[in-house]
Design a protein around this ligand. Structure first.
Ligand code: ADP
Length: 517
């Protein structure tokens, strides 16, 4: 272990191991398999890089993140640990050279994409080399239960069988439920591994969910109130990314965009500018950030609900990696859940896979509705034991008074019923507001008794009210391209005067109305 600490200091410049690192490194150096589950930013790489540098022979690092390999390899070479990578970006000639150099023992670490492992040539090479240690990064990719299953991960253990004697195998991931952990141990055939799961709770993050907010207005207010801070705004579709980005740019904010529809050069440039604070905000799809190491991201706003808690926490966790406070805000709207369902339906997975994905999405929707501590919800989701309530999240700090909104809710439900449950949120809000609108007149809705029933409120507030009523289960949006509002049994009970509706008003709505006074 003395040698490991020496390497940590001289090669990486760190004085001590962080929580979890020491246990994993000493276990690996003692010849034990290992599984390390540590949140993004906790320092997983050190856990295999230090043992790799300490051992005789070559360490293989299996990683799916081709775009990051080069950076990691460059960084290791700079620290004086000779490293290379094998992936699909190499030409045949480059591949020949690398194979020769690896066989000649020129490298201590070889990063390899899982697909490459399967090639016959690589298999032959494995038989000839001395490989005492294999690290599998992003190990959750081996599990069907995980959020990022990759079939190529299934063949890792077969390939490991080609290495004699059997190497020490260590698996790493940022997020794994108990089921996923068991899958990792089983599929990679880990033998009595050292298990380290460091806390999921991040004390410097404050999590919040905002329902029923006017998202664009909220975003504009938020970024303007923090002109010097860097942040990431995640949206689910490329089109939405483009739209939000140009909106922010028009406001004079230094925002950039990142999604898989941009060419590689543009993506790399954007990423670089963000890294060096030339861009303050990156608006991106989930394509952005796998392994991004920017320490001073102060906030991560999810403009749309992501597809599962694993992805959410991984993305939100990119805030505050330097240990300073970070805000993670999710702007919830029921339509976005429909979008995610649509994406699941359109996805390539079979029925079984889709059922898993629906279940994972449900966990995310529950996160948005829960009144318990959000940090605790996440910790529990990953199967860790309950901690104290964080005292920082939107559930913990929600001291707003609960208002009785039964009367307004009845007006909304009655209007939806009178519109025969055939229209969406916007149209319903227009009727309640009493808008002088051609489409409203076309259907004769200006004749309804509920026309103008909420005329004292702004249309966007009415939209907000409707959204929260949907989120709270009084109404549903149909599963279609143009989602239509329908009433549930709960709404009927309210209409019949059997139940009351209580609501907390979203902070933006509240502050907007305060300004008007
Ligand atoms: P992960 O892969 O878990 O997301 P990284 O391995 O990228 O995290 O490490 C996150 C950051 O923490 C990096 O900047 C890394 O250099 C730093 N780091 C890792 N271990 C230590 C340590 N023992 N002391 C100080 N900094 C560390």
């Amino acid at each position: 272990m003395q040698q490991a600490k020496q390497i940590l200091k001289t090669a990486f410049g760190y004085d001590s191991f962080r929580t979890g690192q020491e246990e994993l490194v000493s276990g690996i150096l003692a010849g034990r398999d290992a599984i390390g589950v540590m949140p993004t930013g906790a320092g997983k790489s050190i856990c295999y890089q230090v043992p790799a540098a300490a051992m005789d022979g070559i360490t293989l690092v299996v990683s799916p993140l081709i775009s990051l390999m080069k950076d990691q390899v460059d960084a290791l070479n700079q620290t004086g640990i000779p490293t290379t990578f094998i992936n699909s970006t190499l030409t045949a000639a480059q591949l020949n050279t690398r194979f020769r150099e690896i066989a000649d023992g020129k490298y201590k670490l070889v990063y390899v994409a899982p697909e490459r492992l399967e090639s016959e040539r690589f298999g032959r090479l494995l038989g000839e080399l001395h490989i005492p240690f294999v690290a599998v990064d992003e190990a959750h990719c081996v599990s069907q239960w995980g959020h990022d299953f990759r079939p190529s991960y299934m063949s890792i253990s077969r390939v490991l069988g080609l290495i004699r004697p059997r190497p020490v195998v260590a698996a790493f991931t940022a997020t794994a439920t108990d089921k996923v952990k068991e899958d990792i141990v089983r599929h990679l055939r880990l033998q009595d591994p050292v298990r380290v799961t460091t806390g999921y709770a991040r004390d410097n993050l404050s999590l919040s969910v905002l329902k029923g907010a006017d998202k664009k207005a909220y975003l504009a207010d938020y970024v303007r109130s923090r002109p010097n801070d860097c942040g990431i705004v995640y949206a689910s579709t490329r089109r939405e990314v483009e739209d939000i980005c140009s909106y922010l740019v028009k406001l004079g904010v230094r925002a950039g965009r990142y999604h898989a529809g941009l060419d590689e050069e543009e993506r790399a440039r954007g990423q670089e500018m963000f890294l060096y604070d030339e861009l303050k905000i990156m608006v991106a799809t989930n394509a952005f950030g796998m392994g991004i190491d920017k320490s001073n991201v102060r906030y991560v706003i999810h403009y749309n609900i992501p597809k599962n808690v694993e992805s959410y926490y991984q993305e939100a966790g990119r805030a505050g990696r330097d240990g300073e406070p970070g805000e993670c805000i999710l702007l919830y709207a029921p339509q976005d859940v429909m979008t995610q369902k649509f994406l699941i339906e359109q996805g390539e997975g079979d029925e079984e896979r889709k059922t898993i994905e629906y279940g994972n999405l449900h966990g995310m929707v529950e996160y948005c509705h829960t009144t318990e501590c959000l940090q605790r919800y996440i910790v529990r989701y990953f199967g860790a034991s309950d901690g104290e309530a964080c005292g920082r999240c939107s559930s913990c700090t929600d001291d707003r008074e609960v208002a009785d909104v039964t009367l307004d809710a009845q007006k909304v439900f009655s209007c939806v019923a009178r519109m025969k449950q055939r229209f969406g949120i916007t149209m319903t809000a227009k009727v309640l507001r009493g808008a002088n609108d051609a489409k409203v007149r076309q259907f004769g809705f200006e004749q309804l008794p509920t026309y103008g029933a909420l005329s004292s409120r702004k249309e966007k507030d009415i939209v907000g009210l409707i959204n929260v009523l949907v989120a709270d289960g009084y109404m549903k949006l149909t599963d279609s391209q143009y989602p239509v509002l329908t009433l549930t049994m709960e709404a009927k009970a309210v209409l019949e005067g059997k139940e009351q509706v209580f609501q907390r008003v979203a902070p933006t709505v509240r502050s907007a109305s305060r300004e008007e006074q």
